[in-house]
Design a protein around this ligand. Structure first.
Ligand SMILES: Cc1cc2nc3c(=O)[nH]c(=O)nc-3n(C[C@H](O)[C@H](O)[C@H](O)COP(=O)(O)OP(=O)(O)OC[C@H]3O[C@@H](n4cnc5c(N)ncnc54)[C@H](O)[C@@H]3O)c2cc1C
Length: 823
């Protein structure tokens, strides 16, 4: 029998896999592998890392050489050889030798097309003249970029397109110390994940000082690629451009040969990876695959599928009947210090295909919280509630992302139901996972939802529900609530829920959230068993926050939309001085604002001038701790970021007031008063005490919360944007010190009038005068941000000189107080 003759076009991922498998299956076949370029079987995926200097050996990228493949596999490898025409009838391939430009013909029994995909380069004005512009597909591209960087030492680089290659290039250029901008036309990076997951990446890249330009495209390249004009009209100066907006299947040969192409231009293949010609197979980035989940056609240019398809076609050419049952797009990428991974369909695709789906967001730890170095993984799972089919999953975090995505990818392929994720027995020891692995947790949540134990709403729905008058409980501690919350919600910390059950309306739907979902889950279980219609906010505040105010979990100004505007961080002070910490605390594994709460509590136990060293793995900590020390008048001495472990050294108090003997106790002579009541008599009492204490030289702090806030309202109506309910509420409450009732004998307003007249007769200052003179004496008057939010009181409505702050500020004041009154 005549030995079969197989020609493989393309000598890298798919082509080289097909060739070597073929040899293992058939020792006697004549195998020719054509490659247009110089190199075969190189590691495309490593190219960005060589440019960035992370991979230092160029040779390490050359997985197999032409000689090696000839020698070890007896394959006729012809590099610099381009297939330029297929004569299907005669089964003849025309090849061009790119060294001498000679053309010749080769007959074949079977042809395998593995020509890959090429970087898209649309005809943007100035693109051909842009000398700074590069695309990255192969070793020569990599060498060109590396040589350019070495020669011109660019200071600024712009990456256009924020897919895998773009982001990896951005990271590697940043690693070289180059200032990097990323321009992306979509509103997010990394299209395989959904927006809320991408937001975590956005924030991280901004933290890394990447200039991230989203929802903007390139209009024109000017000045030979030194200037990029964007569609928004903005422009960027740059020394280097990496153009990575996507790839297109290299389908020219197939198209000219009359082979069927798919809708997206990829070569059409059947389940055996055969084209419309029985003798021609096609694999890799050049083909259109079946989406494993939806069974529809898709372009999924990834190395794993290309390699596996190479093996399948080799088997089929050797008479086996192997099928490729589709790609799921399982992928992972390193984005600076984060890892992002996904498998299956995302929400955008499911929506686009009109597929009914449900969503779960969770934020588990990467491993047991008590073992050092744990960090949060934010995960999203998409599934069908009725059939329990898993559609896809996405995750972002600092460690353990890849293994969770791989487990779910395996579960999808095995056809497991979403609730079966809870039954998976996965390896566990504290440094690696938790006894309930994050994948199990997804299964538990799905099980609860499917069995009606829990009902959820999404982060994107909650604002509208609040506007419609929903009762939304923030089940976090009040200190967390003060840092930031969803406007229009009520703070009932989880431990208080049973005692405060009467505050919750029975005739309304109740929505509950906490930081990551667990306390809200416990709360809704209590409420549901007590007859309330209670829902959880899926993904909790962490997901909501990552979308609406991702920078920080600290309080700040509120913008027109009612979202928190994050304040600017302070710089680290006196970075180079070495202070010995009095207390070392490990807050690893705690999520925002856990590390900040721990910081606060730990500092409480220290004296002024003593130093706390606290370690956290929460990425937000880096920013939060800077804002927090500033707000609380402490001093950040050092903030060290060592491979995602953040260590802050904080000096209690201001550095200028650092006592020579750090063991000296603080004076403990100050005075703090919480003013909760709006009764005029109580307000007068508060201000009399405050003035008295201030005149004795004490520092006095009055913290106005809930009804007490009405004392601070301006007497005249101020025009501010309010919801209907806030307006109603505002109208029902007394506007300022002149309108206050008294606690006893109010007698429809007669009582206050009588008291005022008596005070006048007896020469006692009016409440308004008392407030003014207290301020003149330096009494600190603070309005509680959280109460203002709940009561719909805006800062413009308060009298001048009032500070707005959270409970943390007030608690900070109490540390030096020898009495603390509640009025
Ligand atoms: C920078 C970069 C990073 C990547 N990172 C990852 C990653 O981390 N993970 C991942 O899964 N995937 C990654 N990929 C994608 C992955 O490399 C591809 O999916 C995979 O290589 C596709 O294999 P292929 O055989 O279809 O095409 P390729 O590996 O691209 O091989 C095609 C070859 O065919 C040759 N060729 C084309 N036409 C002809 C012709 N007419 N005659 C002769 N030769 C021809 C080309 O020169 C090319 O060398 C990355 C790709 C790039 C460029």
């Amino acid at each position: 029998m005549k030995n079969k003759k197989v020609i493989i076009i393309g000598g890298v991922a798919g082509g080289a896999s097909a060739a070597t498998r073929l040899r293992r299956m058939d020792e006697f076949a004549e195998i020719i592998m054509l490659e247009r370029g110089e190199f075969i079987s190189f590691a495309n995926c490593g190219l960005p890392y060589y440019i960035g200097g992370v991979i230092t050996s160029r040779d390490a990228l050359l997985v197999q050489s032409v000689e090696g493949m000839r020698r070890d596999f007896n394959i006729d490898v012809r590099n610099f050889s381009e297939a330029i025409n297929i004569d299907r009838e005669k089964k003849v391939l025309t090849v061009k030798n790119l060294v001498n430009n000679e053309e010749y013909q080769e007959t074949y029994d079977y042809l395998v097309i593995s020509t890959g995909a090429f970087p898209v380069k649309p005809p943007i004005k100035g693109i051909d003249e842009a000398e700074t512009l590069f695309t990255l597909r192969n070793i020569p591209d990599m060498d060109n970029i590396k040589a350019y960087i070495n020669k011109f030492k660019p200071k600024r680089a712009t990456v256009i397109g924020a897919g895998f290659i773009g982001i990896e290039m951005a990271e590697n250029l940043h690693h070289l110390g180059i200032d990097v901008s990323i321009v992306e036309m979509a509103n997010q990076v990394m299209a395989p994940v959904d927006f809320e997951i991408a937001q975590v990446l956005h924030q991280h890249m901004i933290d890394k000082k990447v200039n991230l330009v989203l929802s903007d495209g390139v209009k024109e390249f000017k000045n030979k690629g030194k200037e990029i004009v964007l569609t928004s009209g903005k422009s960027l100066d740059t020394d280097l451009i990496i153009f990575a907006i996507g790839v297109r299947p290299e389908n020219f040969l197939a198209k000219e040969a009359g082979l069927k192409l798919g809708e997206r231009g990829g070569i059409w293949v059947d389940d055996n990876l055969k084209t419309t010609d029985d003798s021609i197979y096609a694999i890799g980035d050049a083909i259109e695959v079946k989406d494993f989940i939806t069974k529809s056609e898709a372009m999924i240019p990834l190395a794993g599928p290309a390699n596996k398809q190479g093996r399948i076609v080799a088997d089929n050419i050797c008479g086996l009947n192997k099928e490729y049952d589709g790609s799921m797009g399982t992928s992972v990428a390193k984005v600076f210090d984060l890892i992002v991974g996904s498998t299956g369909n995302n929400e955008k695709i499911l929506k686009h295909k009109n597929i009914d789906y449900s969503v779960i967001h969770i934020h588990p730890g990467s491993h047991a919280g008590y073992y050092p170095g744990a960090s949060t993984i934010s995960m999203k799972l998409l599934y069908n509630k009725e059939t329990e089919q898993i559609y896809g999953a996405q995750a972002v975090g600092m460690e353990g992302v890849d293994k969770r995505i791989d487990v779910i990818a395996t579960a999808i392929r095995a056809g497991m139901k979403v609730t079966e994720l809870k039954d998976l027995e996965l390896s566990y020891a504290p440094p690696f996972s938790s006894a309930k692995d994050p994948v199990n947790m997804l299964g538990f949540v799905a099980d609860n939802i499917i069995n009606g134990i829990v009902e959820t709403v999404q982060y994107s729905e909650i604002d509208e529900l609040i506007q419609e008058g929903a009762f939304v409980i923030d089940a976090r501690d009040d200190i967390e609530n003060t840092f930031a919350t969803i406007p229009g919600t009520v703070n009932i910390p989880f431990p208080e829920i049973r005692n405060r059950i009467n505050e919750i309306p029975k005739d309304k739907k109740i929505f509950v959230f906490c930081q990551t979902g667990i306390r809200a889950y416990n709360t809704t279980r209590i409420l549901r068993q007590r007859g309330f219609e209670a829902y959880n906010l899926d993904g909790a505040f962490k997901t909501y926050q990552s979308v609406y105010h991702p920078d920080n979990c600290m309080p700040g100004e509120v913008d027109d939309l009612g979202k928190v505007v994050v304040e600017k961080s302070v710089e680290v002070e006196e970075k180079n001085i070495i202070y010995t910490p009095k207390l070392v605390v490990d807050a690893s594994g705690l999520q925002c604002p856990g590390p900040i709460i721990k910081t606060f509590k730990s500092l409480e136990s220290l004296n002024d001038g003593e130093v706390l060293e606290i370690t956290s793995t929460d990425p937000g900590f880096k920013k939060d701790v800077k804002s927090w020390v500033e707000k609380t008048n402490n001093t950040l001495l050092d903030l060290n970021d060592n491979k995602n472990i953040f260590t802050a050294k904080i000096l209690k108090g201001k550095i200028s007031s650092r006592p020579t003997n750090p063991v000296t106790k603080p004076s403990q002579e100050d005075s703090t008063i919480v003013v909760f009541s709006e009764d005029m008599d109580k307000a007068i009492a508060a201000f009399i005490i405050a003035q008295g204490a201030a005149s004795m030289g004490k520092k006095v702090s009055l913290f106005f919360t809930f009804w007490g806030l009405n004392i601070l309202r301006k007497p005249k109506k101020v025009r501010v944007k309010k919801s209907f309910i806030e307006k109603m509420f505002g109208a029902m409450m007394p506007r300022g010190s002149k309108k206050l009732p008294i606690s006893k004998m109010n007698m429809l307003g007669m009582g206050p009038k009588m008291i005022k007249s008596i005070m006048k007769k007896k020469n006692v200052d009016s409440l308004e005068t008392m407030i003014k003179s207290a301020m003149d004496l330096g009494v600190k008057i603070t309005a509680c941000a959280m109460s203002m939010d709940i009561m719909g009181i805006k800062k413009e409505e308060l009298i001048d000189g009032v500070e707005i702050a959270g409970v943390a500020t007030y608690l900070g004041d109490t540390t030096t107080a020898n009495h603390n009154l509640f009025i």
